[in-house]
Design a protein around this ligand. Structure first.
Ligand SMILES: NC(=O)c1ccc[n+]([C@@H]2O[C@H](COP(=O)([O-])OP(=O)(O)OC[C@H]3O[C@@H](n4cnc5c(N)ncnc54)[C@H](O)[C@@H]3O)[C@@H](O)[C@H]2O)c1
Length: 384
């Protein structure tokens, strides 16, 4: 295969960017041969490319070897399963699914290792997170004691929430900031630090916007080795912060304002504490600025990696199966806040699905002036 013939499903904000990137030859090895959207008018966005009114028609058409799924969240699961069953390579947008059982169902349908199945975790290409991961996993920091991530620079205005009726509803989106913005951060969190053992979260629903889902979250997590973590996020704060601080035996690593600084202890902190002859003096430290520049290739880099995985067998930046981690953590946070208690991981996926189903049935989405997109019936996602 010289070029992978690819189709983009869902031509909204993100899907049309993916389609344009491919069409403008920014991704060698990918050739855009089809697009699909349930809104017929979207055909006009890419008049030179064959348009399909349903993903099923595109999949059955023989015009594509691979698809990018960029629809609202619930359809990721049924579309992904149908595409994989048809023998296609699949790149699915985040989150891979709304809830853990759907994610497991989607991942289980990937049975042919020759088919490439990836997820669009573009932030994994950011050199800051790559450097932090290497320092954490490579042992430069020593044992980790505490992780604090304040990621409140996901500001979204009322107009954003009004731009699609699926947005910020239990029925259409399955959650709020945790389901839409934070799959990236919670993926990076588990990619760098691994999965915590238990989660306690507090969510505010519609704290800053006229929406029924969470737009503000504070979570506390514990790892099996005693490491503790906090994760704070919001779509209402301005100006927000993106500060990741890792406290470890060998010192403190801080990422903030496009700087990554390691303040290294001369002696690991617990060792120093045991050996110290006075009660107050801190260990000597050296400040090291970790050289990092730019934010990586992001979406185009993930598309490129997808093409190279298909054509050359290159390892994936983000295999779709790893998308389960952030879905599970998201679900655990939402359940913890709703039940007002700590949730142990692994999460009971069936329990979460029951809770979410009830949430969807009981919820009365606040009316928002819809300026684009449509509401689809995603309830089929629950027919498992
Ligand atoms: N990776 C990123 O940085 C990033 C950024 C933004 C959005 N996203 C993700 O991209 C996805 C889409 O988000 P968006 O902001 O583009 O939404 P959007 O509402 O702008 O676009 C969704 C599009 O999908 C179409 N659609 C809905 N159901 C469909 C179906 N069954 N078949 C075909 N088309 C269908 C809609 O008509 C619409 O055109 C979401 O999963 C979102 O989380 C990812």
């Amino acid at each position: 295969m010289k070029n992978v013939r690819i189709g983009v499903i869902g031509l909204g904000n993100m899907g049309s960017v993916h389609a344009r990137n491919i069409l403008e030859n920014k991704v060698p090895g990918l050739q855009l041969t089809a697009v699909a959207d349930i809104v017929a008018a979207k055909a006009a966005l890419f008049p030179e490319i064959r348009f399909f009114p349903t993903f099923r028609k595109m999949i059955a058409s023989g015009t594509v070897d691979a698809v990018v799924i960029a629809t609202p969240h619930f359809p990721h699961t049924p579309i992904g399963i149908a595409a994989l069953k048809a023998g296609l390579h699949v790149l699915v947008e985040k989150p891979i699914s709304v809830h853990k059982l759907d994610a497991e169902r989607l991942i289980a349908s990937h049975t042919n290792p020759k088919q490439v199945f990836a997820v669009m975790f573009n932030q994994r290409t950011d050199p800051y997170y790559i450097a932090i991961r290497e320092m954490v996993r490579g042992g430069a920091l020593g044992p980790i004691r505490r992780i604090n991530w304040i990621i409140t620079n996901w500001f979204r205005s009322f107009a954003y929430y009004a731009s699609g009726s699926w947005r910020a509803t239990w029925q259409g989106e399955g959650g709020g900031v945790l389901l839409n913005q934070c799959p990236h951060n919670l993926d990076l969190f588990t990619w760098i630090f691994g999965r915590p053992q238990r989660v306690r979260a507090f969510c505010s629903y519609g704290r800053y916007h006229d929406i029924e889902v969470e737009d503000d979250v504070t979570a506390y997590m514990e790892y099996a080795d005693g490491t503790t973590a906090t994760f704070v996020t919001s779509t209402g704060e301005a100006p927000g912060t993106n500060r990741l601080e890792v406290t470890a035996e060998n010192g403190r690593l801080v990422m903030e304002n496009d700087r990554l600084i390691f303040t290294e202890n001369e002696v690991p902190m617990s060792e120093y504490s045991r050996a110290s002859k006075d009660g107050y003096t801190l260990p000597k430290t050296t400040e090291k600025v970790i050289p990092v520049s730019g934010h990586g290739g992001q979406h185009v880099a993930v598309l490129q990696n997808f093409a190279e995985a298909i054509l050359e067998g290159k390892p994936l930046i983000a295999p779709a199966a790893e998308g389960l981690n952030s879905v599970e953590l998201t679900n655990a946070m939402l359940l913890s806040a709703a039940k007002n208690r700590t949730i142990e991981l692994p999460l009971d996926g069936a329990r979460y699905k029951t809770w979410l189903r009830r949430k969807i049935a009981e919820s009365k989405p606040k009316p928002v002036p819809v300026t684009a997109s449509v509401v689809s019936d995603f309830s089929k996602s629950f027919n498992t």
